[in-house]
Design a protein around this ligand. Structure first.
Ligand code: GLU
Length: 610
């Protein structure tokens, strides 16, 4: 791995504030974590929102990267206590649900990639549509609802999958007792934590207006006069702590059956303006799935990601396959006034490939348990001849809008998907002391999910990831709503391996709605083809096309790049592209192997390790 800048981490300072006690003294049989909140728990993190350059962090043995310093710290303490990567991921998730509630939590879903030596697994904790849901869930008077009209309330709430997926992964790869992993979140929820600048900004700047209409959420996030609580305000969440205590003791059944399940269903079905269909039977029957990972090769790397119902890694594999005959390495970033910027050649190549891949995604990808991909699995869409044919459509000038290809003679005709998405979500990457790795992307979908709260946690609006329109001109949309089905996702947690040695070289992923695909492929190409370290790759301006305009990152796109792309026929749109990339990369330091981690300067994430 070519790491140009290997910087000393600022961890040692943070580590001083931590106290970790091993209850089981020896690392081979640890029994738990005795958590002490860092002093910073009740101080607002310094990181403001916007773009705050980050140094990258290094460690020798283990590392965790998450979107909030308190969540990262919880994972760090678990790793330090001898926990496995999955143990750390569970502790991180429980804290994220508290300190970054707008993005993920036990009311949502996740995809988790896990590697233990040669064994690579994909855990699917995606939400499911209630059994009673029908394809017209988001239609009104023959027309699709407005996006937020669908989002807010009970209608969009899918059966949460987070706890069942983590339980499944912990049964296989957990080292510390399940119960002990909830200690950090319970302590922070009971003792209080400082509202972060990002959470405060999201409460302040709108987008979550309906939170005020939910009495539970209003009491938690707003002062009595309706003013949103500000950064640094100490928030306590005893209701969430109580749920976690019960889940810690009795397992996920404490969430999926009994009073918590009843409260969730009552909230969803009893919503005044927009009731939903979720039932206690949906919750009791939820099953996480273990899927065969989607693995493919690029340069000297083997990449493994989540297969459908995620469309992300499949689109990434298609894009890299379409560009296989082109030399991406010579399209390296160039210097701009604000730092490195992707070259016009790179933006052109990846945007055009993106157009083609997103066109296929919109036509073909859905929950494979309901709608088969062309040919029955991912093979036809990843067939090298098909991808070469698609790649040959990339010319000197932008193609504008791509139409889907025909990977194999279709068994039935499908119409294109039309599901709108807005960003929230969170990325967690972990490597433990034994080399096991996790890449987990976790979400309640839109910021603050369905904007309804039960017992201290928010419920997802994942069902709006389905196509609102179920069919067009008589042809069904693959990603239409159906009872029990998982909505198509773009989440792309990826694990990267060295092809020759099989060693893990990177764990990465990002939030960002359907732009996740472009955010993650940027990091993959920047590290694998351009030799940037993972922090440089994350910090590089975002770009790409989702088969609409070519998107460049606001404030971080030079006029030279914009002009060059326009000259090549691109319709350029300079927009906010708030990724939340987190990544950990194998790296050499002073001749010794170790880890180098990066966190997105656009959000509040940090990396910790020893
Ligand atoms: N719900 C989206 C998905 O599964 C993720 C949302 C986001 O990243 O903002 O693709």
């Amino acid at each position: 791995m070519n790491l140009r800048f290997f910087r000393l981490c600022c961890l040692s300072r943070l580590s001083l504030a931590l106290t970790v006690a091993l209850l089981g003294a020896c690392a081979s049989a640890p029994t738990g974590v005795s958590y002490r909140a860092p002093d910073s728990a009740t101080q607002a993190p310094e990181t403001a929102t916007g773009f705050t350059p980050k140094p990258g962090w290094s460690a020798d043995k283990f590392m965790v990267a998450a979107a909030n310093p308190l969540a990262t710290d919880a994972g760090y303490q678990v790793l330090k206590a001898g926990g496995s990567a999955i143990d750390a991921a569970i502790a991180v998730q429980m804290v994220l649900g508290l300190v970054e509630p707008q993005s993920s939590g036990i009311g949502g879903g996740l995809f988790l990639m896990h590697a233990d030596g040669p064994l690579v697994q994909a855990f699917d904790g995606r939400e499911t549509a209630p059994a009673a849901a029908t394809p017209d869930l988001f239609m009104k008077d023959g027309k699709p609802m407005g996006f937020m009209e669908g989002v807010v309330g009970g209608r969009s709430v899918g059966t949460p999958g987070v706890l069942r997926a983590l339980e499944l992964a912990h049964r296989q790869h957990g080292k510390l007792p399940w119960k002990s992993l909830f200690a950090p979140a319970i302590a922070l929820a009971e003792e209080g934590f400082a509202i972060s600048p990002l959470l405060a900004a999201m409460l302040r700047d709108g987008g979550a207006k309906a939170l005020r209409n939910d009495p539970t959420a209003a009491a938690y996030f707003y002062d009595a006069d309706g003013t949103p609580k500000t950064a640094g305000t100490i928030l306590r969440n005893p209701d969430y702590a109580a749920v976690l205590r019960d889940v810690a003791e009795r397992g996920p059944i404490a969430f999926y059956e009994g009073p918590v399940a009843r409260d969730i269903v009552a909230k969803v079905r009893g919503h005044a303006g927009n009731p939903g269909l979720l039932s206690e039977a949906d919750l009791a029957g939820y099953q996480a799935k273990l899927r065969a990972p989607l693995c493919f090769e690029h340069q000297a790397a083997r990449l493994c990601g989540m297969p459908p119902p995620s469309s992300g890694p499949l689109a990434i594999a298609q894009m890299l396959g379409m560009l296989a005959s082109r030399n991406l390495a010579v399209m390296a970033p160039v210097q701009a006034s604000f730092g490195l910027e992707p070259s016009a050649d790179a933006v052109h190549a990846l945007s055009e490939a993106g157009r083609l891949a997103y066109a296929d995604r919109g036509r073909y990808v859905a929950d494979p348990d309901f709608v088969a991909l062309p040919g029955g699995n991912t093979d036809a869409m990843l067939n090298p001849q098909y991808l070469a044919q698609r790649g040959a459509l990339i010319g000197e000038r932008s193609m504008g809008r791509a139409t889907p290809g025909v990977p194999i003679a279709p068994a039935m005709s499908l119409a294109d998907d039309r599901s709108p998405e807005l960003p929230s979500t969170s990325q967690v990457s972990v490597v433990d002391g034994q080399g096991r790795a996790v890449a987990m992307t976790t979400t309640i979908e839109n910021g603050f999910g369905a904007q309804i709260m039960v017992r201290g946690f928010l419920l997802n609006n994942e069902l709006t990831d389905f196509s609102f329109v179920p069919s067009e001109n008589g042809a069904p949309v693959a990603n239409r709503v159906e009872g029990g089905k998982r909505p198509r996702s773009s989440m792309s947690p990826m694990l990267v391996f060295d092809r020759a040695s099989g060693q893990l070289t990177m764990s990465v992923g990002s939030p960002g709605g359907s732009a996740i695909i472009n955010y993650v492929i940027k990091v993959l190409v920047a590290t694998l083809d351009w030799g940037l370290d993972v922090q440089q790759a994350i910090s590089l301006p975002n770009f790409g096309s989702r088969n609409g305009p070519t998107e460049l990152e606001e404030g971080r796109a030079s006029s030279a790049l914009i002009d060059e792309l326009k000259a090549r026929g691109h319709e350029v749109r300079v927009i906010n592209q708030t990724s939340g990339l987190q990544g950990i990369q194998r790296a050499m330091k002073d001749g010794k192997p170790g880890w180098f981690g990066g966190a997105d300067p656009r959000r509040e994430g940090v990396v910790m390790g020893d």
